[in-house]
Design a protein around this ligand. Sequence first.
Ligand code: MOS
Length: 736
Amino acid sequence: MTTLEEVRLIGPGVDRVDGPLKVTGAAPYPGDFSYPNMTHAVLVRSTVAAGRIRRIETAAAEAAPGVLAVITHRNAPRLGRGPTASGISQPPPPLQDDRILHYGQYIGVVVAETALEATAAARLIEAGYETTDPVLDLDDPRADVLANPWGLDAHRGDVAAGLAAADVTVEETYTTPDETNNPMGLFATVAAWDGDSLTVHDTTQGPDGTRSVLAAAFGIPESAIRVLAPFVGGGFGAGIRTWPHVVLAALAARTAGRPVKLVLTRPQMFTGIGHRTRTVQRVRLGADRAGHLTAISHDAKGSIAVEDETYEPVAADSATAYACPNVDTRDLQARLNIPVPTFMRAPGESQGNFALESALDELAYALGMDPVELRLRNYAEDNQRFGLPWSSNALRACYEQGAERFGWWSRDPRPGSMRDPDGWLVGYGMAGVSFFWLQLPCQARATVRRDGTALVRSAATDIGTGTYTVMTQLSAEFLGLGIDQVRFDLGDTDMPMAPTAGGSGLTAALGSAVRAACRNLIRALLDLVAGDDASPLRGCRLDEVTAAGGRIHRIGDPARGEEYAGILERHGLAELTADGDSAPPAPQDAGMAPAGAFAARFAEVRVDPDLGRVRVARVVSAIDGGRILNEKTATSQIIGGTVGGIGMALLEETVTDPGTGRIANATFGDYLVPVNADAPDQEVIFVGEPDRFNPIGVKGVGEVGLVGMAAAIANAVFHATGQRVRSLPITIDQLL
Ligand code: MOS
């Protein structure tokens, strides 16, 4: 088996193994599943943000054509709340009382023969409310404020003394808006009961999590539930939690006594599957004349729903991003009458990085120092939270190679000093990124068959990131098979347990489990031939062999080995299966701090001097993601994340009506996301080396591509115009 010393940093750009299925429309997304005798459910939502339901008229809906059931809080059964696991809490179960906690809360579900009939009947339901004044503002004194919910607030040294000793200080407030995850695929759930057993096809980033929520909701064992998600039409974090509509689909199916399909509408996607909450962030930096940071203080306040426990550490990463003796980070969350939020692509980090990296740019200008140089002067050689060396860190190389490739050093630092041939202002901006690390326990199962092919599987998901492909590559590598001899299956709770695809941690967790399963499979084959006189591998230990060309052989002696097929045949086996699992060690035990991805982002913007229009002209991203398993899918992931970052910088904002809590722009016509015309030329460079913290050397590049873009673009806009925009998105009115 290959060791980390032997693998290349960047793996081959293998095409997506699921690509043909996707482009031919053959890949089944959750809403594509159907059952005989299936019915359709449509949700009814609250039109107010706080209060109580005083009356709800369902008679007309019940009498409407095709209607089979109407469920409201008046006739819904008691439903249990899903457990909190691995820091992921679950929203409260739906329809349990008459209280309204947010606009868009489900107050009913209609089940009918067709989707059209269910939609028509749902419109006939009339609700009357006793409303109260909703708590919608972060600074509303009525809001409960949670302090340090993750226990990640950092306090090091003496910030006041550090600021007092500084030659230059920056003290500014940065804000980011509510944003909505908005995967293209409408979230869908298809639920079918067979007696007390439940099968669910669901848009989820973790089938095991969905299963545990359904088990709790209905008080049935997890073993009675199967959740499938072989394909997911995007998630961006929206599929990390299990939402009330999933429970309602299963409830509707049980009530109607028939399978049910429920597909959210786009407006429902804005209230029913989470969003990134707005933040207000106060950053204070102090530095000496030479640019060495003497103090970092980062206070962030975001929001959380009334009955929810989804915490988002916005300021926390500022404690480890730069070497600094005096650091305070503080995270607060105010409870508001808002739709239940969720993690959204690079949760916390994307907002916190915007504030910190904008403030550093301001500091660079205050010092008269180049922004890259300022970051290099404050390079964090160790992880200051753990007091341990990083498991890997090539951030310095990210700065150097990214700047080189971008042509950063040709920049005239004076704001407004550069113009393109059309007279538009040109700005160069950059940002550094130190992404957090996450790896959860995971399991996988590997089978080799007598025909020389292998099947490897785990209950994980591929939300478009390339999990199918990179796990096929890894399995083929560990078993010494060709890619076309390996099939990787996922998205089914009947397979070994996997964590949700989130926190950029799945590839490391699952890849390590796949490695363990493949090693255990080879060990099982060696056990089989341990006393087998016919086997050239007789008596070999696992560490004495390697796998290549469909066979196992002694390291350094390819002649002494045999094919999988031969072993299985001699022992009368059609196939052999082994399980494997992975769990990361504690940093102190490993003697190193697990590093997430690092990055340096460089953006060029063009600003129309007359109208304030901003275009991103090009982006160079230098990424240290540890070992890159597949150059093509990893590059795609960074490009996609960058486009998301452009959305965050220039376009995205979920607008809530301040009086009613209604989401005012809950359509793709009104909520702006980047389209191809907004996506510039991009260059992605991977630097660094395989990471030391897990056996496959991977750090994860799921989310790092988004982080840093908002600050790099805002910094570029400042360079182009001299206007410092501290409030996202950067809009024309802020530049005129
Ligand atoms: Mo991501 S917000 O961990 O899908």
